[in-house]
Design a protein. Structure first.
Length: 137
């Protein structure tokens, strides 16, 4: 017996708000990945301060991973996979900031803020995700 879950309809305002939230995340993450590809001295200096050394190869690798995950998130058929990968990436960033004792609300929790925007934007614009994770009153 095969059952196909019905997709929850998404209102036009919710869809647009989701697109705006997702767009902000996409722009920020593409910028973050791009500056790691260059990599500018500020990128390698920051990586060194976090404890990863000032390796340009590592910076470029992280930049490429960031861009690939973000592109997967931006493409509707692969957006859930991209969101999962970005969540892992942001969790790693948070763990790095916890390890070195960064300020909580401005540095450590920044990954949480972005993660909430990733999933919130996707939930607002994707009816199939709303079916999987329903909002109940």
């Amino acid at each position: 017996m095969s059952t196909i879950a019905k997709t929850v309809p998404v209102s036009k305002p919710a869809r647009w708000l989701g697109r705006v939230l997702s767009g902000l995340v996409i722009l920020f993450m593409l910028f973050d990945g791009a500056i790691k590809l260059v990599p500018w001295p500020i990128v390698t200096e920051t990586m060194d301060r976090i404890g990863y050394g000032s390796s340009e190869t590592l910076a470029r690798s992280l930049g490429l991973i960031t861009i690939v995950c973000t592109v997967l998130y931006a493409i509707p058929p692969t957006s859930i996979v991209g969101a999962i990968l970005l969540t892992g990436y942001l969790g790693g960033a948070m763990a790095s900031h916890v390890r070195i004792g960064s300020p909580l609300f401005s540095h450590t929790l920044f990954g949480l803020y972005l993660g909430l925007m990733v999933w919130g934007g996707l939930w607002l614009r994707d009816g199939s995700l709303r079916t999987l994770i329903p909002y109940r009153r």
